[in-house]
Design a protein around this ligand. Structure first.
Ligand SMILES: Nc1nc2c(ncn2[C@@H]2O[C@H](COP(=O)(O)OP(=O)(O)OP(=O)(O)O)[C@@H](O)[C@H]2O)c(=O)[nH]1
Ligand SMILES: [Mg+2]
Length: 464
């Protein structure tokens, strides 16, 4: 039986649907033969675009377009590769894919299989391909920047530098073990210093990586406040559509509503909640419990207050909630600034709840300003500046963002710290450092097992 990797794979690399051009990619050692057969030509010039006709097995014309053959190893996967650019009609795409499936040992590619083969052929390290998947999936500008740095950045330099430090420390400790009989006093200072330096850098990388995760996967923001303050109206205003029901009946929202928005380039998952109060209706009570639960889990908040919902009871509830959350990541929106006694109402809130003075706030009207794009932009800027700021974009040191990567770096830190703690028994210390090096290699895909690779590449799209 032939080995799996010897199979030639093909996939539609552009979206399935009507478009001007569709690109079909083929990778594997059948590529050249397929090019000759489908294009009915004998001589194939590698890496040159050739305008040609495409034929089926009965030599009937399917379409015309561009064919490019990439000879191994000068291709994305490192194997022989072929690219057909045909017209983007669904029947043409179907016919091209059907014709390819008729070749022996040629099959439709699995998600991420092209990248996986490229990785297997050592075209690049694992971090590069993870970045590439994020790049393709990126929707906002900040996501694109992060993914580009992850994919094309200097992460490999981090790898080399950390690896070198660890190996040097291992070598020094090995020498100390070997020469321990000779009564020479061996200074551990150098080893300690260099290991602490790696721990410091790795810890910083994790901090930055967590921010990157927020950029890539979205920052979660919870809207909360007393009933009727206009939380759902704000949610609709930010969403630019009437998604949540609003009404002057207190306790309108019971179930939570979430929407993914781009606020000043940051992917933000915003959630509207049931207003906080001692609800009597059962459904509303469940809704309020849910709000309380979410407040415990989240760490970024928009508190919506309005003058007409001021009451001693509401004050107490908001005050106690503010005591239990991270107020550094809480902003206040004083809503309904169209009401005549607005400012007096705001002053009342601020005089009763001391914490409010410390929080950044903005005044708006979710009903009068609903069509005012300038106010929406101002509101978005306020939210992004005071709640979403993620200070990493100018920083060139960060490159990790995947959970897999963060988990491994965290383990590396633990092993190095263990090594530092065990310096009174050098062999144990070396053992920990060996494990740290192994993990570092795993991070860059140097010793990944097949099943783990499957897990990583499976989330790529087909044709990549
Ligand atoms: N005058 C005025 N009324 C507003 C404004 N924003 C919302 N409202 C009204 O206030 C009432 C309550 O608004 P909602 O958005 O349903 O309030 P909520 O905080 O989601 O209320 P619950 O879901 O019950 O907790 C509705 O009648 C809205 O039309 C505003 O800026 N000005
Ligand atoms: Mg509501």
């Amino acid at each position: 039986m032939k080995k799996k990797t010897e199979e030639t794979i093909f996939a539609l690399s552009t979206p399935y649907g009507q478009s001007a051009i569709a690109v079909v990619r083929i990778s594997g050692n059948m590529s050249k033969m397929i090019a000759k057969s489908i294009c009915q030509i004998n001589k194939i010039d590698p890496r040159k675009a050739t305008f040609t006709r495409f034929y089926d097995k009965q030599k009937k014309i399917i379409d015309s377009g561009i064919m490019i053959f990439f000879n191994s190893p000068f291709s994305f996967t490192g194997e022989d590769m072929l690219e057909f650019q045909c017209h983007g009609g669904i029947s043409i795409i179907n016919k091209m894919l059907l014709e390819l499936s008729l070749f022996e040992n040629c099959r439709y590619a699995n998600p991420g299989e092209f990248s996986r083969r490229a990785f297997a052929n050592k075209k690049n390290d694992l971090i590069h391909y993870e970045g590439l998947a994020n790049l393709i999936a990126s929707e906002t500008e900040n996501q694109r920047i992060i993914a580009t740095k992850q994919s094309f950045g200097e992460s490999v330099n981090i790898y080399r530098a950390w690896r070198e430090s660890l190996l040097e420390s291992i070598a020094l400790l090995d020498a100390a073990i070997d020469f321990s009989d000779e009564n020479e006093t061996f200074s551990l200072n150098k080893v300690e210093k260099s290991l602490n330096e790696v721990v410091k850098k790795a810890t910083n990388t994790i901090k930055l990586a967590k921010n990157n995760q927020e950029i890539l996967f979205g920052t979660k923001v919870l809207i909360f406040g007393p009933p009727n303050s206009g939380k759902s109206s704000l949610f609709n205003f930010l969403s630019r559509e009437d998604r949540a029901i609003t009404s002057d009946e207190a306790g309108t929202t019971t179930d939570q509503n979430s929407n993914v928005l781009e606020i000043s380039g940051i992917r933000t998952v915003i959630t509207d909640t049931a207003g906080l109060r001692n609800a009597s209706r059962n459904v509303e009570k469940i809704g309020v419990d849910k709000t309380q639960e979410s407040i415990k889990q989240r760490n970024k908040f928009i508190l919506v207050l309005s003058p007409d919902c001021f009451s001693d009871e509401n004050c107490k509830l908001i005050e106690s909630t503010l005591k239990n959350i991270n107020t550094k990541k809480t902003i206040v929106i004083f809503n309904k600034n169209d009401l005549p006694d607005f400012q007096a109402g705001v002053n009342l809130w601020i005089s009763k709840i001391k914490q409010l003075k410390k929080l950044k706030n903005i005044s708006i009207s979710c009903t009068s300003d609903i069509k005012n794009v300038n106010i929406l932009v101002e509101l978005n800027n306020f939210i992004s500046k005071n709640l979403l700021t993620i200070d990493t974009l100018g920083n060139d040191d960060y490159f990790f963002s995947e959970k897999r990567q963060i988990d491994i770096v965290q383990k590396i830190i633990v092993h190095i710290k263990d090594a530092l703690m065990s310096l009174d028994d050098l062999e144990i210390s070396v053992n920990y450092l060996d494990q740290a090096v192994k993990l570092l290699d795993e991070l860059f895909g140097k010793n990944n097992y097949e099943d783990r690779l499957g897990y990583i590449f499976d989330r790529f799209c087909i044709g990549k």
